[in-house]
Write a protein that binds this ligand. Structure first.
Ligand code: ADP
Ligand code: MG
Length: 257
């Protein structure tokens, strides 16, 4: 059975895209067939994978909002990009929010376009935008799991209420199967005492809700890798401790109930 995982947090800059890309890569190293779906109009995942969003005619947008009713287009899948398949995005996706308002069964749009190809993959990772809007909602409807990257910052806990409410609402109305795979603390400054305290309180509060995975530390290697347009493991930069963490995360994701 395909595991469809939405990487979701309405806060921006918490490493959703970085985790989508590197978790996906480490799942592919473990011989799984992985599809990454970029559903953020900022298209960071598309760029982090080395594509130029502005050059693309076919994106998740053209699949979600067919431009012409008679030519329903399937998902444009770029095959074998660093060992994974990718559905890219670009800035046109920003129109989808408006254009889907009156679309029939709009909440099911992503689920519907994934359905015909889903059996080709073991894992489909959906990189959500930093909002609670329709693009995140349709991602949660299409997913069986939510993975929540969360920055080790005190204000992070404040946002979790609305995040969990959104998950609860989707579960109640449209997707009762949706599970929280866990929380992944990110951008953890290992030498900062405040971050250490914050991590402890995140762990205390969030373990009641779902598993809290070991934190991903701040590492320039990860920021550099995104600029390179590749997963960290394929970059010349050496950061074995980070690779090990992503490998262990991939293992935890493999064993999700
Ligand atoms: P989001 O998708 O949540 O907006 P990104 O994955 O785009 O977040 O990350 C935001 C920025 O932080 C990017 O420039 C990325 O390269 C950088 N970044 C992500 N994780 C780390 C990390 N562990 N250490 C340092 N920089 C990171
Ligand atoms: Mg992002």
């Amino acid at each position: 059975m395909t595991k469809i995982i939405a990487l979701f947090n309405q806060a921006g800059g918490v490493a959703k895209t970085t985790v989508t890309q590197n978790l996906g890569y480490h799942l592919s190293l473990r011989q799984h067939r992985v599809l990454l779906v970029d559903i953020d109009p900022q298209a960071s995942l598309t760029s982090f994978m080395g594509l130029e969003p502005a050059d693309l005619d076919q994106t998740i947008y053209t699949a979600l909002v067919p431009q012409n009713e008679s030519t329903e287009e399937g998902l444009p899948i770029h095959k074998s990009v660093h060992g994974m398949d990718l559905v890219p995005a670009n800035i046109l996706l920003a129109n989808a929010e408006q254009e889907l308002i009156f679309a029939e069964l709009r909440e099911l749009r992503l689920q519907q376009v994934l359905a015909p190809i889903q059996q080709d993959y073991d894992y489909i990772l959906i990189d959500c935008p930093p909002s609670l809007g329709i693009l995140s909602q349709i991602s949660l409807v299409a997913a069986n799991y939510v993975l929540v990257p969360i920055q080790c910052q005190f204000k992070a806990l404040k946002g979790t209420d609305s995040l969990l409410n959104t998950v609860a609402r989707v579960r109640k109305r449209l997707n009762p199967q949706l599970k929280i795979a866990g929380f992944l603390p990110t951008l953890f400054a290992t030498s900062n005492n405040l971050d250490k305290q914050t991590l402890v309180s995140l762990q205390q509060q969030l373990t009641q809700i779902a598993e809290v995975f070991p934190p991903i530390p701040r590492a320039t290697a990860l920021a550099e890798a995104s600029a390179f347009g590749k997963p960290l493991a394929l970059c010349p930069i050496k950061a074995p401790h980070i690779l090990k963490l992503f490998d262990e995360l991939a293992l935890s994701i493999e064993t999700l109930p």
